[in-house]
Design a protein around this ligand. Structure first.
Ligand code: NAD
Length: 495
């Protein structure tokens, strides 16, 4: 049965003022699985106002109390993990274990950020003057616009929403219009944990209408965006001009380097998972595999053989290895890139076609595709965001690292080798926010910062650890308290 979800504004679930709706479609069979409001300016205005109002009290709510609500939210998410994971799979297409993993990431983040409610620590340092103390504290920034993509429909929203609210901010969240149901259900569960009205507001809608109006709204203090580089850079320019805080996590063209001493079984398994997991629709997908010339032939033969054996189909079927791509437009984009690859002279080693056998014809399925490419080709430089891997031959470690670095992106990277010196050089020289050793480019854990360099990331990073998203959602305030009862002058008084 199709679901009907609404916007959440000031604690009240409601339709868009215009009454317009958007449909959510299952990419495995083209069926409409639900509808959500298509919000306009009036809805966004109301949501921002509700968030501004709620901010007055929420910022003063003790952080451990905020944490208690997040603990309850974590419990509710855990209880509904199966339901959420299935919703993610039916709306986004990833196979069920990955759908459940998406929900698990949201659960992990809820527990982790709930704990931050009792940390959020600053510094206390001695003063150079007597009877004076000095400390720094984290303070919230205000009202955040959260804009998220469709490829992690519950995980990425949780990565933003939970650190934002534990820090004392309130939010207006606009999820991708392709996966609104998963995001909506996530918000329902978090809200059910007992959030005061207006702390989390949800407005569904399209990017150019709802998203852009929200991000540039005068009542918004900061924007946390995850999505394509084109939209991220555009928003960063606009928001910069409006003096808003903005952080953008964007695209990638992530390389796996396979050295001649690598364990090829591990490297091939990693390249399959990195390249074709989530149908290649991860910002950290291993869309380039750069292989040492001495093992290139063997690697290619075994990698292609295993890619051919992947079963493509509906993600709810337990025998499926790879699901569909998100929608018709993305399918066309990927197929166009495959044509670009052929025209550029890349050798198609396997795949390259849309799959239309039987029930697959109703969905958006593409074969796992491997091209033998050279580094300057567009398919080896541009983000395709689909199940297409460019296999590239390298002369040695230095050449492999140069190839890896010679793109506009710098999100994730990986090297397979048994040589500790190779790992140290790769760790030092790969220009990326994440480096994996003997593991593929995907699989970040939430307790460390996440984000890229170059055109993959701008501003503060996401997730946990030092330099993680608490830095995105708080500002440092420094407090000096003089209890000497006289005027003391730093740098001037001698005793
Ligand atoms: P997208 O840029 O098209 O959309 C992302 C979000 O921005 C959506 O909610 C969309 O509605 C909204 N949006 C679109 N235009 C807007 C505008 N003008 N103003 C405000 N909001 C706007 O990206 P997508 O197709 O949803 O997601 C895929 C992209 O996301 C890929 O490039 C992928 O690499 C990237 N991504 C990056 C990360 C990361 O952490 N670096 C994680 C996941 C996905």
């Amino acid at each position: 049965m199709a679901l009907t979800l609404k916007n959440l504004i000031g604690g009240r679930w409601q339709e868009a003022a215009s009454g317009k709706t958007l449909a959510s479609i299952n990419p495995a069979n083209g069926e409409v699985i639900g509808t959500v409001p298509s919000s306009g300016k009036v809805d966004v205005d109301k949501a921002v106002e509700a968030a501004r109002e709620a901010y007055k009290k929420w910022r003063l709510t003790p952080a451990p109390k905020r944490g208690e609500i997040l603990f309850r939210a974590a419990g509710l998410l855990l209880k509904h993990k199966e339901e959420l994971g299935r919703l993610v799979t039916s709306e986004m297409g990833k196979v069920l274990p990955e759908g459940l993993g998406d929900a698990q990431e949201a659960i992990d983040m809820a527990f982790y950020m709930a704990g931050e409610g009792r940390r959020l620590s600053g510094e206390t340092v001695p003063s150079e003057l007597p009877a004076k103390d000095c400390k720094s504290v984290r303070v919230p920034i205000g009202v955040f616009a959260l804009i998220t993509p469709w490829n992690f429909p519950t995980a990425i929203p949780a990565w933003k929403m939970l650190p934002a609210i534990i820090s004392g901010n309130t939010v207006v969240f606009k999820p991708s219009s392709y996966t609104p149901l998963s995001a909506g259900r996530l918000v329902e569960l978090i809200n059910e944990a007992g959030l005061p009205d207006g702390v989390v507001n949800l407005v569904h809608g399209t990017g150019d209408e709802t998203g852009e109006y929200l991000s540039t709204h005068p009542g918004i203090d900061g924007v946390s965006f995850t999505g394509s580089t084109a939209v991220g850079l555009k928003l960063a320019r606009v928001c910069g001009g409006l003096d808003k805080e903005i952080s953008c996590e964007m695209g990638g063209k992530n390389p796996i380097i396979v050295m001649d001493d690598a364990r090829l079984d591990l490297a091939i398994e990693g390249a399959l998972w990195g390249g074709f997991g989530t149908s290649g629709q991860r910002c950290t997908a291993a869309s380039r595999v750069i292989v040492h010339k001495k093992v290139y032939g063997e690697f290619k033969e075994r990698f292609v053989r295993m890619a051919k054996a992947l079963k493509v189909g509906d993600g709810t079927d337990p025998s499926t290895h790879m699901g569909p791509v998100i929608n018709d437009a993305q399918m066309k984009k990927v197929l166009d890139y495959i044509e670009v690859g052929k025209k550029e002279g890349a050798r198609l080693a396997t795949g390259g076609r849309r799959l239309t056998d039987g029930s697959l014809a109703k969905g958006f399925f593409i074969e796992p595709t491997i091209f033998e490419a050279t580094p300057e080709m567009r398919i080896a430089r541009e983000e395709i965001f689909g199940p297409v891997v460019a296999l590239i031959k390298a002369e040695g470690l230095e050449d492999a690292i140069n190839i890896a670095n010679n793109v506009d992106y710098g999100l994730s990277s990986s090297i397979y080798t048994q040589d500790v010196n190779n790992t140290a050089i790769a760790e030092r020289d790969l220009e990326a926010g994440l480096v994996y050793i003997n593991a593929p480019t995907i699989g970040a854990e939430i307790q460390l910062p996440f984000g890229g360099t170059k055109k993959s990331g701008l501003g503060r990073k996401e997730a946990g650890g030092r330099g993680g998203s608490l830095d995105m959602f708080t500002k440092w305030k420094v407090i000096y308290r003089d209890f000497s009862g006289r005027l003391q002058k730093a740098q001037i008084d001698k005793d």
